[in-house]
Design a protein around this ligand. Structure first.
Ligand SMILES: *[C@@H]1O[C@H](CO)[C@@H](O)[C@H](O)[C@H]1NC(C)=O
Length: 228
């Protein structure tokens, strides 16, 4: 028995070494990338806000035209022109108990830009994320709740709901509501939240495949175009 005990003990210490080396190597890389996150971004928070307001001024409640206006302008803007998905590949999205659909305009390791919404309303958990999330309301209203409050936060058409990295809320779209959602920070960890309901609730593997295909294609495409 003695040699077996010895070998499993040395096996464990070997694993500890591997983990220690990985942590030792990855931590500085993560730290350097974290400092430089800003330089990877192809979208600008102030520009997106301005674009949201102008698209609504021009097209009002014609949300399809609003979305086209936004995508057209991002396609001509130097910083993002090369990073836009023009195909409106709408897919269902179930996450945190809420259900809607999304059109992925852009996805990378550090950002995503989507149109997210539903024509019938939904409610759920925002998820606790490793990215800042800017939810630009294009039509309808979103409400949000944080424990300790007795009144909802209300985000009508034309407003922005900024969910800070690490924060969490309960949110609701009481009726038809569509938004331009922009997330910047670390996107890959958010995908677990984005997929959990499909794996453990809906089992809609067609949607899972479509979402993975489009997200993967956009992320890899944008990674190859980025200037590391
Ligand atoms: C858009 O729809 C909302 C809600 O139905 C309404 O209050 C608003 O006046 C409409 N805006 C325009 C420009 O028609």
């Amino acid at each position: 028995m003695a040699p077996k005990t010895k070998s499993s003990a040395s096996g464990i210490s070997c694993w500890f070494k591997v983990i220690a080396v990985l942590v030792g190597v990855l931590t500085p890389i993560w730290y350097v990338l974290e400092q430089r996150l800003e330089s990877f971004y192809v979208f600008d928070v102030d520009h997106l806000r301005d674009l949201q307001l102008r698209s609504l001024q021009v097209h009002g409640n014609d949300t399809r035209a609003v979305v086209n206006y936004i995508v057209d302008e991002l396609s001509t803007r130097a910083a993002s022109a090369n990073h836009i998905n023009h195909d409106e590949e709408w897919v269902f999205n179930n996450a945190g108990g809420a259900m809607g659909a999304m059109y992925i305009i852009h996805a990378s390791i550090t950002e995503y830009l989507i149109i997210f919404g539903t024509a019938v309303g939904t409610e759920g958990h925002t998820g606790r994320h490793t990215a800042d999330d800017y939810f630009h309301i294009l039509s309808g209203t979103q409400t949000a709740y944080v424990p300790g409050e007795y009144e909802p936060e209300v985000y009508p058409q034309g407003s922005v709901h900024h969910l800070r990295r690490g924060d969490v809320k309960q949110y609701k779209m009481p009726d038809s509501c569509f938004a331009l959602e922009y997330a910047r920070g670390w996107i890959p960890p958010m995908l677990f939240f984005g997929y959990a309901d499909t794996f453990f609730s809906t089992l809609d593997f067609y949607t899972l495949w479509r979402t993975s295909y489009v997200t993967g294609r956009e992320m890899i495409g944008n990674l190859l175009k980025s200037k590391f």
